[in-house]
Every structure is written in structure tokens, then in C-alpha cells.
Design a binder for this molecule. Structure first.
Ligand code: SF4
Ligand code: SF4
Length: 378
């Protein structure tokens, strides 16, 4: 690789840093090394209702189908959790539930608490790509974030940004896993990170994420999406199987448990002086929602509450369904008459969507089963 390419690569990385990305690297373009694993994952139906994964699998496995003639991918990462927020982890999920806060509170995953990362990242990636296109008009550039058919974490690992942990997320050795990934695929010649310079797997014998996952959906380096709370609350449009609802606890959009328990997101890791600051755009606007309010929402309430956030992906009925499951789990361990009354009204109202009525009925059954269990105690 000539010095011209090396210098150009360095300039591109510096530009990424000047755009505020916490990490950046160059990945070589090659088909996924895990093609068989991906095909078998899809073949066994673990993607659940995410049918777009089936439809776009071949493009995902071969970046050259995303951008014909691609020679490199500029991969970037935004950090979305500040040091101070990093340790608000739940020692016990029940303890962390809304009961302690005196209200019925449903939690959302950390990445969804601030502004929508799609627009925050895309805007800067477009600026980078426009600048590169102006300098190299004969080359092609195509930006990507998680809505595009690209396996960003594999490219990120190849670009030297980290390793893919047993929970299947990318872990940066200094920053941890609270990262959002994106990049630019290009036909421009850049110098990729050599295989020997990539970050090696530091999971070792650790199994914390596997042990802590509320639905037991992690096996080393694979997640059964059909049981993952992130999938169940965000991607799954239909009823959640009853046997999984209690394990969803108070999560109403996503789940952070496997990241909260990971030692690479630990206090010791965050105390490092050289930890890049989280992007200010992701400063949390909220940690969750009052369940009683959500259960009473209409479309305009949802639109107002979700404006400019990644929560927009959850349709109204689905979000109210999630709130009803969380309400049932909350009522199983605490007393909240207002919530109980709201669930009864929904369950008895034939004009309510079937999805929400079913969730409300289940929540009432869950609450009464627990009441009965409590009544039998000496
Ligand atoms: S997001 Fe939650 S449910 Fe999904 S794998 Fe991680 S811990 Fe398990
Ligand atoms: S919790 Fe342990 S096994 Fe899981 S990703 Fe983190 S280091 Fe790896």
C-alpha cells in the first residue's frame, strides 16, 4: 500500500474524529466470515418477524452487493452513554422497577433515551461522504446505519473498533458496548486495518450476559431474537408468547441487561481518563414512561412523545401492548389501583385493538395470580 493511500486514509480518519465520532477505522471489503452461521440462524427462524433480514440476507453477507466495486468501508462509532449514566444499572430488576419511584414506570433502553441516532449519525456521515466525493469525483460513496442491509458490527470488528462479544454486540476495548455504528462504503482505495491489528476477543470465560439475560436467549455469540426483549418490544408486532411476558419485567422498548452486566461497561472501565465523551445529542430526554399515561395514549400523544427519538419505530398499539405487559408485571408485586382500573377498562372495551385488550387481560390475570399467591402466604 503506497504512502499516498496511507496519508489519504489518515485524513479520512481525522475527518471522522472531527465530526465527533468516538472511534473510526477502515475495514476491508470481503464477504462475511460467518455466512454459514447467518444462514443457519435465518433458517432456524430465529429472526422472528424481522422478515427484512431474510429478504436482504445476500446483500448483508456480501458488501459488494451493497456498493458494487466497493474496496473499503469507513466505519464509525458514536458513544451514547455518559460516564455518570453508565452505572445506573439494576442490581435487581424488581428493585429497579417503577414501584420504588412511587409510580408505574416502564423503562426504555439507553440508546433510545436521547435524540434519534439515525438522523444524528446520518447527517454527519453525509457531510463526510459529500466532502470525499468532492475530492474524488470518480469514486462512489454510500453511507449506512443500522437500517441498511449491512452487518455493521462485522465491519466494525474488521476495522479494528472492537470485538463481537458473546451477547453479539461490538465491544470497544476502552469505550465498551454502548455504541451506535455506521459508516461509508466506497470504491476509493483506503488502507484497511490489517488482520493482525484487529482487536482480539476479550470475553474469555465470562458468562455474565448469558447468566443475566431475563429470557435466557443468549448462547455464546448468538441471540435467539424471538426471545430477546429488544425484539419483542420493538420488532414484534403481534402478541408476545405468554410464557415470555413475565420475563419482560418493566422493559417497554428494548433492554439493556446484557450490556449492564458486562465488565467492559464497568465502573473501572469508565474511570479511565481517556474514555471519549458520549455525543451530547444522546443526552437522555427520559428514562421511560408512566404506564398509566401510555395505556391512555391516542396517536397524537404517541407522535408528540416520540418526536425526534428512535422510539418512533413502535406503533401505538404495540407500545400500549408493551405497557400493559409491564403493568401486569408491576401489579404482580405492588398495589396500584389506578393502573388496575385502567387495565380493566381496556380489557372490557370492545373498541380497543385486540392486541392491547389481550395484553390488558393477561396483565389482570398475572396481577390476580400473584394476589392469590400472596394471600396464601402465612
Ligand atoms: S437485550 Fe435483554 S433479552 Fe436481549 S439478549 Fe440482551 S439481556 Fe437478553
Ligand atoms: S458479559 Fe462477559 S461474555 Fe458477555 S459480552 Fe461482556 S465480557 Fe463477553
Amino acid at each position: 500500500m503506497g504512502s499516498e493511500v496511507r496519508e489519504r486514509t489518515q485524513r479520512v480518519i481525522e475527518r471522522c474524529r472531527s465530526q465527533g465520532f468516538a472511534a473510526a477505522g477502515i475495514a476491508s471489503i470481503e464477504p462475511s466470515h460467518r455466512q454459514e452461521a447467518w444462514r443457519s440462524w435465518i433458517g432456524s427462524g430465529r429472526q422472528g418477524e424481522m422478515t427484512y433480514l431474510d429478504r436482504t440476507l445476500e446483500v448483508r453477507l456480501d458488501p459488494n452487493q451493497f456498493l458494487p466495486g466497493a474496496r473499503a468501508a469507513v466505519v464509525v462509532a458514536d458513544a451514547y452513554v455518559t460516564r455518570s449514566l453508565r452505572f445506573q444499572r439494576c442490581e435487581s430488576i424488581a428493585q429497579d422497577a417503577g414501584v420504588l419511584q412511587g409510580e408505574a414506570f416502564g423503562r426504555i433502553a439507553r440508546y433510545a433515551r436521547g435524540r434519534d441516532y439515525h438522523s444524528v449519525m446520518t447527517k454527519r456521515l453525509h457531510a463526510l461522504s459529500d466532502a470525499l466525493r468532492a475530492e474524488h469525483p470518480n469514486d462512489s460513496f454510500r453511507t449506512f446505519v443500522d437500517i441498511h442491509p449491512v452487518i455493521e458490527r462485522e465491519l466494525a470488528a474488521r476495522a479494528g473498533l472492537g470485538w463481537i462479544g458473546k451477547h453479539t454486540l461490538l465491544i470497544h476495548p476502552r469505550i465498551g458496548s454502548y455504541l451506535l455504528l455506521g459508516g461509508i462504503m466506497t470504491t476509493l482505495e483506503l488502507e484497511p486495518v490489517a488482520e493482525g491489528q484487529r482487536v482480539i476477543d476479550h470475553c474469555g470465560s465470562c458468562t455474565r450476559c448469558i447468566d443475566a439475560c431475563p429470557t435466557g436467549c443468549i448462547t455464546p455469540y448468538s441471540v435467539d431474537a424471538q426471545r430477546c426483549i429488544a425484539y419483542l418490544t420493538i420488532e414484534r408486532r403481534s402478541r408476545v408468547p405468554e410464557e415470555l411476558r413475565a420475563n419482560m419485567h418493566d422493559w417497554i422498548f428494548g433492554c439493556d441487561v446484557c450490556q449492564e452486566v458486562c465488565p467492559h461497561n464497568s465502573l473501572r472501565a469508565a474511570a479511565r481518563q481517556d474514555l471519549p465523551a458520549a455525543n451530547a445529542a444522546y443526552a437522555p430526554l427520559r428514562e421511560g414512561f408512566d404506564l398509566l399515561s401510555v395505556l391512555g395514549w391516542r396517536e397524537e400523544d404517541r407522535a408528540k412523545a416520540f418526536r425526534t427519538t428512535p422510539l418512533r419505530r413502535a406503533p401505538l398499539d404495540q407500545f400500549r401492548r408493551n405497557a400493559a405487559y409491564a403493568a401486569g408485571n408491576l401489579l404482580a408485586g405492588s398495589f396500584h389501583p389506578g393502573l388496575h382500573t385502567r387495565l380493566q377498562a381496556i380489557a372490557a372495551d370492545p373498541t380497543e385493538p385486540e392486541l392491547v385488550r389481550d395484553a390488558a387481560s393477561w396483565a389482570l390475570r398475572r396481577a390476580s395470580r400473584d394476589d392469590a399467591a400472596t394471600a396464601r402466604e402465612p
